[in-house]
Write a protein that binds this ligand. Structure first.
Ligand SMILES: C[S@@+](CC[C@H](N)C(=O)[O-])C[C@H]1O[C@@H](n2cnc3c(N)ncnc32)[C@H](O)[C@@H]1O
Length: 262
């Protein structure tokens, strides 16, 4: 991949490229696909790739993002990892679980501790897991930026719950490492990256919170929540103006290889 192309992808993907080194990507499974991961995957020298999502509206979005890079051997699959028939018997050299773990709560609550066992037989050589250290179910941070990100996360999750949805549930990297070992993987690398959130990120979180609130019967509550959302956007703008970015969240990449007997 050219440097120009590599630069447009996140530090996490670039780190995975470094970990992969000269080893071929072979057949690749994007086990929790989205626009970002599929954009990255289509630029890699794979033999074939399969992108899985549990969200019907992602299927078309991911196909469109892949565009002409979607070859006859590549597939976008709608399914749920709780279904034992999903990709049964298929094996991939490289498996990517990119922010999949945190999203499981919305598609298969309580399945998180089975996820890596589920992906184990599909993984021939390396599994890469990306995620974010939990920042919502923590004490209120001390820094202004930390508080704002925490407030936005709690506001978003509260609104999602009010609307009848399930918020993401992120897991810490030590939990991931432990679960990978239990699932029969040897962890080969763990690395953290500090996010530099700008207005785009905060706006996206507030948009998730506010979208569809009008369906709630309590109009005064809806109005108050809209007010709170706009206040959070404004506060984020102020802090970002002063500090350049919100640097409070830590993302991680964990690499693991299946342990084979003999
Ligand atoms: C946060 S999004 C993915 C992020 C993505 N890699 C990107 O490009 O930014 C999580 C993905 O995992 C999928 N997912 C979550 N739980 C799932 C499950 N139980 N079975 C299948 N897919 C699931 C979602 O449908 C979605 O496609």
């Amino acid at each position: 991949m050219s440097t120009a192309k590599a630069k447009k992808h996140s530090k996490l993907y670039r780190h995975i490229e470094t970990l992969q080194g000269e080893r071929p990507w072979g057949a690749l499974l994007d086990a929790g696909t989205g626009v970002k991961s599929v954009s990255w995957v289509t630029g890699l020298a794979t033999e074939r790739w399969t992108a899985v999502t549990g969200a019907p509206h992602f299927v078309e979005q991911v196909r469109q993002t892949a565009g002409s890079a979607l070859r006859p051997q590549d597939r976008v699959v709608l399914g749920n990892w709780v279904d034992p028939k999903l990709l049964e018997g298929d094996v991939y050299d490289t498996v990517l679980a990119d922010y999949l773990l945190g999203a499981i709560e919305g598609f298969a609550p309580y399945f998180q501790s089975y996820l890596f066992k589920r992906l184990r037989p599909l993984t021939r050589t390396t599994l890469y897991v990306t995620g974010i250290e939990p920042y919502v179910p923590t004490g209120r941070p001390d820094s202004r930026a930390g508080q704002l990100v925490w407030d936005v996360g709690r506001f978003r999750d509260a609104c999602v719950l009010l609307k009848g949805g399930m918020p993401y549930r992120e897991y810490p990297s030590p939990w991931v490492v432990d679960q990978l070992k239990r699932a029969g993987f040897a962890v080969t690398a763990v690395k953290h990256f500090t996010s530099q959130y700008k207005e785009l990120f905060i706006n996206a979180q507030v948009d998730i919170a506010l979208h569809g609130l009008e369906a709630l019967p309590d109009t005064a509550l809806v109005q108050a929540l809209h007010g709170r959302g706009e206040a959070l956007r404004a506060e984020a703008r102020d802090i970002i103006k002063a500090e350049g970015a919100l640097r409070t969240c830590k993302n991680y990449v964990v690499a693991a290889d299946p342990i084979t007997n003999g």
